[in-house]
Ligand binder design. Sequence first.
Ligand SMILES: NC(=O)c1ccc[n+]([C@@H]2O[C@H](COP(=O)([O-])OP(=O)(O)OC[C@H]3O[C@@H](n4cnc5c(N)ncnc54)[C@H](O)[C@@H]3O)[C@@H](O)[C@H]2O)c1
Length: 387
Amino acid sequence: MTPKAARRTVRIAMNGVTGRMGYRQHLVRSLLALREEGGLDLGDGTVLWPEPVLVGRREPALRAIAERHGLAHWSTDLDAVLADDTVEIYFDAQVTSARQESLAKAIAAGKHVYTEKPTSTGLSGALELARLARDAGIKHGVVQDKLFLPGLLKLKRLVDGGFFGRILSVRGEFGYWVFEGDWQSAQRPSWNYRAEDGGGIVVDMFPHWEYVLHELFGRVTSVQALATTHVPQRWDEGGKPYDATADDAAYGIFQLEGGAVAQINSSWAVRVHRDELVEFQVDGTEGSAVAGLRTCRAQHRAATPKPVWNPDLPATESFREQWQEVPDNTAFDNGFKAQWELFLRHVALDTPYRWDLLAGARGVQLAELGLRSSAEGRRIEVPEIAL
Ligand SMILES: NC(=O)c1ccc[n+]([C@@H]2O[C@H](COP(=O)([O-])OP(=O)(O)OC[C@H]3O[C@@H](n4cnc5c(N)ncnc54)[C@H](O)[C@@H]3O)[C@@H](O)[C@H]2O)c1
């Protein structure tokens, strides 16, 4: 960064910053981290300086965050913030059920919008937002953070380098035990377990699986899922028991353009016997790889062992040790921050950006069709969407 670079401030309304994602990943680890680095160097003699305007329902909570981080602006009045012409971007990390209405308002106010997923609780709402954004001519982006994780970036490098040959299958395992909330507090918010509040693991995770599969291996062309609620009663933040009306586990099979088959288990009712909270195994004719959030290990065709099935003998080799670590070869930043930087460049410099509200709608579509597949007990085609 040149010392003479001119600073351009970009004011960003951030709604939902008292929440898990809004606070930790988007405010602290992304925008405040960018400020700690001196801003975002646009490479044209300008440095972009993000100025958050915290928005939410509870004034004391907003004030506490603002004071903790030396921020000057917060408000409980979204309409007033959207009416302020100096605010250029609206960001949404609220509970899912509150998102569509606020995004629509922000678009109508002419703001560029950046948002957590899912963009809406249903496909029609998600498409409506994409249409509104297109018609308003604003810039828009949807969080697709998993694409920017070191493990998946290394996996993508293997795909792009032709390591796998023909990709046959992808097997994903996601999940961990989320405590019920009685004898140990739950580590996720209670609305996640109530369908009427926009909860459920399909709505939460299928949007992620859509863009991961699509960007790395091919568009999802069909879905077959079984969603279930393994833990029917939980205890909320106030210690009160409630009925878990949303699915907490989903077992999905996805056919992909290009012929590969993906199978992904998602569960908040499973105990971890893995190296990471999510892992994908990819098998191809020329090689295989297992990627997590941070690591990626590969096994080439030429180094593939030849196990022989014999249950009478103990395993004679350590299969895990037969894989090779894929090197970083670069420094990886926080995935949320990396995507924020690309979105801010898109706003400031008009650089291309494909993770938009239409891409977000594909994720909502896959969740909707996944739930329908489960309810109807059948495989469902996933048509390509367009505006
Ligand atoms: N990209 C990811 O990896 C990822 C991970 C988790 C969650 N998310 C998404 O982020 C969003 C927020 O999830 P979270 O886990 O941070 O939730 P959270 O419950 O911790 O935070 C929710 C935020 O919304 C606000 N809010 C607004 N209206 C509300 C209402 N009517 N009831 C309750 N809270 C309300 C809360 O004050 C809070 O700031 C969700 O849409 C979720 O799908 C994304």
